[in-house]
Design a protein around this ligand. Structure first.
Ligand SMILES: C[S@@+](CC[C@H](N)C(=O)[O-])C[C@H]1O[C@@H](n2cnc3c(N)ncnc32)[C@H](O)[C@@H]1O
Length: 276
């Protein structure tokens, strides 16, 4: 059940509740039908599977799950029934699950999946770097492509990436080999202080932006720049924006930390608009 009118249930909990609710309802219906009609209900497993899917999608809708979850809930059980007919060894499903986990890790908690900044974005970012050497961090550096391109174009600057998903981290680590001004670390960027960085780059999702803004305002030094790819900080006017000439019309949101607004008593909710 939603915790409050404005707070949706966590994605994993909503998914479990929706699917579990669907299973319970279909079992109850099947039991009732079997008592009443003596029909061999389970000889046609696609029928209860679709019923379960429809119920799960309805429950997910009621729990205010994002809309793109609804077809997943609807199709999950029917697809499982169909795939069973292909007689695939169970090990393949386990392998697919492990691979997905290694790539996406705890997306259910972070609410940040893996998608990568393109070359045009890296070029636009490189153009924003000052002529003096700086230290830049990519929060959740994925497979490290962006940092590698930047590090090669600016050997005088230091580039750091932090990533918590094992497979992208490993790739980023391998790609950083031989690039002296690039360091890739395994870990959670929420545990990393942003105090030592002149530029913080983030390509995340709408979900963590309010928390990231609070962290940046508390930890980043005056004058330092936070750049968010595609996702603006809600209710905060960016210092500037840069439109990248690529096919997905990438927009970079720039937030420069200001001396005047740098107060330790930064309000936890609804911070004041930043410098326009
Ligand atoms: C959208 S991708 C962006 C990848 C890269 N920054 C780029 O622009 O190409 C976001 C990445 O952040 C990682 N991530 C999400 N939350 C994280 C956290 N708390 N600590 C470290 N990495 C995280 C995800 O695993 C994912 O690889």
């Amino acid at each position: 059940m939603p915790a409050s009118a404005s707070e949706p249930v966590s994605p994993l909990r909503a998914a479990l509740l929706a699917q579990g609710g669907g299973v319970v309802l279909v079992f109850m219906l099947a039991f009732a039908l079997a008592q009443l009609t003596q029909l061999p209900f389970w000889e046609y497993p696609l029928l209860p599977a679709f019923l379960q899917g429809a119920t799960a999608a309805l429950i997910a809708h009621w729990l205010r799950a994002p809309r793109w979850w609804l077809p997943i809930h609807f199709g999950f059980a029917p697809l499982a029934v169909i795939v069973q007919g292909f007689d695939i060894a169970p090990g393949w499903f386990l392998a697919a699950f492990v691979l997905t986990l290694l790539v996406f890790w705890r997306t259910d908690q972070s609410r940040v999946p893996l998608y990568l900044s393109n070359r045009q974005t890296a070029t636009a970012l490189a153009a924003l770097l000052p002529t003096a050497p700086i230290k830049l961090i990519d929060l959740g550096c994925g497979a490290g492509g962006l940092l590698r391109q930047l590090a090669r174009s600016r050997p005088d600057c230091r580039f750091i990436g932090i990533e918590h998903a094992p497979l992208p981290w490993l790739l980023a680590r391998l790609r950083a080999r031989g690039v002296d001004n690039l360091t890739v670390r395994y870990g959670d960027f929420w545990q990393e202080s942003l105090a030592g960085y002149d530029l913080v780059y983030a390509f995340l999702s709408p979900a963590p932006m309010p928390r990231l803004w609070q962290k940046a305002r508390i930890e980043m030094v005056p004058g330092a720049l936070l750049i968010s790819n595609s996702f603006a900080v809600p209710d905060i006017a960016p210092t500037g924006t840069v439109d990248v000439p690529d096919r997905r019309a990438t927009r970079l949101y720039l937030y420069q930390m200001d001396k005047a607004d740098d107060s330790a008593a930064f309000p936890a909710i609804c911070p004041p608009p930043y410098r326009q």
